[in-house]
Design a protein around this ligand. Sequence first.
Ligand code: FMN
Length: 275
Amino acid sequence: MITIEVNKKICAGDGKCVEVCPIHILKMNEKERVPEFVPGGGEVCINCGHCFAFCPCGAIKLSTMDIKDSALLDYSKLPGAEQVELFLKARRSIRVYKDEPVAKELIEKLLDIARYAPSGINRQPVNWAVVMGKDKVYDLGGLVSKWMGGLLSSKPEMAESFSFDRLVESWKKRKDLICRGAPCIVIAYGLKDDLMVPQSCTISGAYLELAAFGLGLGACWAGYVNMAINMSEEVRKFVGISSRAYAGAAMMIGYSKYRYSRIPARSIPRVIWKC
Ligand SMILES: Cc1cc2nc3c(=O)[nH]c(=O)nc-3n(C[C@H](O)[C@H](O)[C@H](O)COP(=O)(O)O)c2cc1C
């Protein structure tokens, strides 16, 4: 159960924290003009920390959240609209990597950023598996290629729709179109029976990719690895996740060998407007 403590001396008593609570479990104590949980609120609180993070007076303390882990937000440090747009449009899928390993600390930094991705009901259900080093990633690619090879006969339609024959042939010629010679693969996974897991993992993957770009790394979704983890016991075992898990993102990470000069054109948005 989560508990809330309010410093009555500094609380502004304006009730705005009550307004921002996403599940409406805060109310104002009319006598003392401070927020408090409605009966049973502490049991159903989703621990999103919005009341605490919103409070400009720093009057709210949640039993689950340490002020030391909650940085003060300096809006002047945020990039402007133009920079955000450029950053998002400039990100590319990187498939040609320098022959350079990525430090574990840098992957930890990416994961530290990706944990701020939204998750259904703030369940934060995402776990990570990291395959470090070119050799280990190559071994993983080999298992994925083996799995693809098996599907050529057992599920020919699926294999054909994803051109597995071409990928397996390339692999045999030591041309890696599966993991692209990346020095690291990061996988986001969670429990299969948690309905919030697929999207939460995918969004965390998207955060990871953007964070990699921001930190001077290159990333690319490893869709075949992702599929293989969800369909092959051998691949799943290699990355160390159980059969109760579902992987919602797999990402190649490394240093890009090249820099793009332009932003390629994309389809215009197809939208149904209901006005
Ligand atoms: C779910 C998903 C799976 C992907 N899988 C692969 C993959 O296995 N190999 C690869 O080279 N690119 C993969 N990509 C990258 C896409 O091909 C890429 O996003 C697309 O071509 C657009 O290029 P851009 O990301 O540079 O804008 C994947 C992307 C997504 C979203």
